[in-house]
Ligand binder design. Sequence first.
Ligand code: EPZ
Length: 428
Amino acid sequence: MDALRIRSTGKPLEGTVRISGAKNAALPILCATLLSDGASHLRNVPRLRDIETTAALLRFLGRDVRVDAPEVHVAAGAEVRPEAPYELVKQMRASVLVLGPLVARFGRAKVSLPGGCAIGARPVDQHLKGLEALGCSIRLERGYVIAEGPNNGGRLRGAEVMFDVPTVGGTENLMMAAALAKGRSTLVNCAREPEVEELARVLNKMGAEVSGAGTDVIHVTGADRGELSPFEHAIIPDRIEAGTYMVAAAMLEGGNVLVQGAKLSDLEALVMKMRAAGIEVTSEGQDIRVRRFGELRAVNVTTAPHPGFPTDMQAQFLSLMVMARGESVISETIFENRFMHVPELQRMGASVALRGNTAVVQGVRRLYGASVMATDLRASASLVIAGAVADEETEVRRIYHLDRGYERIEQKLLGLGVNVERVRGAES
Ligand code: EPZ
């Protein structure tokens, strides 16, 4: 397993970093290609392990997939076998996003339950409840979801779906299912993330009628015919990757970084907190500039569904607050086990007390380099950010977590003046 070795330069990050396409937009859009037999073309797709895993799943389902990031081509191949096996789904939870498109397009689907992950139990009950409202029969068998359209695999029918929680994956799965259901569906208490809006844009390109994405009520009128049209689409920039570099830029006084291709409007909650901490965040055309002049003030953060503070930025922001003057309180409300980075940061000299879903951070003047272990995607990013400013040397192990969501991270960090190298096979 690879590791990242980071040697301190004692200098703040400076320079320009270009943001890649959004992982969490590309994954559902790749699944949406199942709704059409035509040849679809995605551009600005990040070169990430999760993209490869999704491509492998689509090939297993019978699609012809060519990944040449940032370009991906998906076309009909052999006859589709609507079954997503545990071996593929266990590698990436988002694989459950094939369930809606498969049952809507082929009348039935057998998809492995994704199970929990490091950050939480992550149930899919809302996905299943929604599909049942559209007329699906759902049964769970030996760790698999068996879904069937009405009357033994017939077409789904439009209906109202009320989510108990604003779930990103649930909203996306139901949007795709409803896009081929007969009639109109109304999805209530939806997730409002920019990635949900992006999927709606693609479904509309494919001939569905989706309105209200980005709000908590989405209306979908399914296409009359049994399949949608292929599409060509360039994926939006990754707001979480952008946020990660913005926070890294602010870790030390004097930081000055231009984050290219990032949309400030997708990151308002983060930007508000960064400004409250005394960091200058400005728009420069299509880009965002982050500059830190003075001391960092401690601010409190509570994660929430979009447009609230993103849970996917919690770990990175906590690393920032470790370097702030004073006490900050970070509350995680989305996932029940998303503080795995804290014990690792404590190894680097951070002063953080965990109390249930809250971390109380006392700012420190410096961090010490150490060997630390990545446990999940965003936790690993928070350790890399801390390592970039810690003294001497930090080794972040198990960075396969990082490779799931950050394209060419060491090259991008090198471009910002971080002394970093990938150590292949650092750990057996
Ligand atoms: C998406 O996960 C993202 N993943 C996550 O990013 C992100 O953290 C999350 O949304 C929240 O913003 C992708 O887009 C691929 P949810 P998802 O369904 O869809 C509960 C990263 O770092 N819930 O919105 O799985 C659930 O347990 C990843 O890139 C149910 O109870 O998240 C959680 O507490 C990590 N029942 C909350 O809702 C359900 O059926 C939000 O989960 C579904 C969800």
